[in-house]
Design a protein around this ligand. Structure first.
Ligand SMILES: *[C@@H]1O[C@H](CO)[C@@H](O)[C@H](O)[C@H]1NC(C)=O
Ligand SMILES: *[C@@H]1O[C@H](CO)[C@@H](O)[C@H](O)[C@H]1NC(C)=O
Length: 185
């Protein structure tokens, strides 16, 4: 009996301690003193979506039952590991890769669901990533998509990306897309 009371008492004590020390939310100091926590970075690069040839970097992985007859290829899912370069030529300096998935998710207008990670490999952002998640109405001249986070230099990142088709080869299906990305981090 005494033991039971004792354990009940210590359980209560433990609960009380936890309740007292844990707040639902708190404002924190910047994790790295000296770092400017919020700065805006503008990135500009070209995204090479290669679907043709024997080494495509953009490959369809799934189709729905009516994807082939759909005007918008509804249900098509593709995985990409596309090169990012400083200039529009494929031979221009590579600054990283864009890796992820896109899916045709609009039955009436071209609209892709984009789930992408920009993986930077050059300069001050080498080793950092930024994540894009949004809708890409590919026929629009300028498409805006959210940047929802990042790692490394882009921790706490948020922002947006603007994409413009630079060239699209109607024979091969290969495309070069110009990206302007703005990230608060
Ligand atoms: C749709 O097209 C792809 C690529 O041309 C082909 O591999 C696939 O068999 C087709 N699917 C249907 C259901 O016709
Ligand atoms: C478009 O693709 C075709 C087929 O791969 C190729 O022969 C042609 O040179 C390309 N055009 C341009 C402008 O790159």
């Amino acid at each position: 009996m005494a033991n039971l009371l004792l354990s009940l008492f210590s359980a209560l004590l433990l609960t009380a301690t936890i309740t007292k020390s844990e707040a639902y939310s708190q404002t924190m100091e910047a994790p790295y003193p000296g770092d400017k926590l919020e700065k805006l970075t503008h990135l500009h690069f070209y995204f090479h979506d290669i679907v043709s040839g024997n080494k495509p970097t953009s490959v369809p992985v799934a189709r729905g039952p009516n994807t082939n007859t759909s005007a918008t290829s509804f249900g098509l899912v593709a995985v990409i590991d596309d090169k990012l370069t400083v200039g529009p030529e494929i031979t221009s300096e590579e600054v990283g890769r864009v890796q992820g998935i896109f899916a045709s998710a609009d039955q009436n207008n071209f609209g892709l669901l984009m789930v992408l990670n920009f993986v930077f490999t050059k300069g001050e952002f080498a080793g950092s990533t930024a994540s894009l998640y949004g809708r890409n109405p590919i026929l629009a001249k300028l498409r805006e998509m959210p940047i929802i986070g990042g790692t490394g230099a882009f921790r706490f990142g948020k922002g947006y990306a603007q994409a413009k088709t630079f060239t699209f080869n109607t024979t091969s299906g290969d495309a070069v897309i110009e990206y302007n990305v703005y990230i608060w981090h």
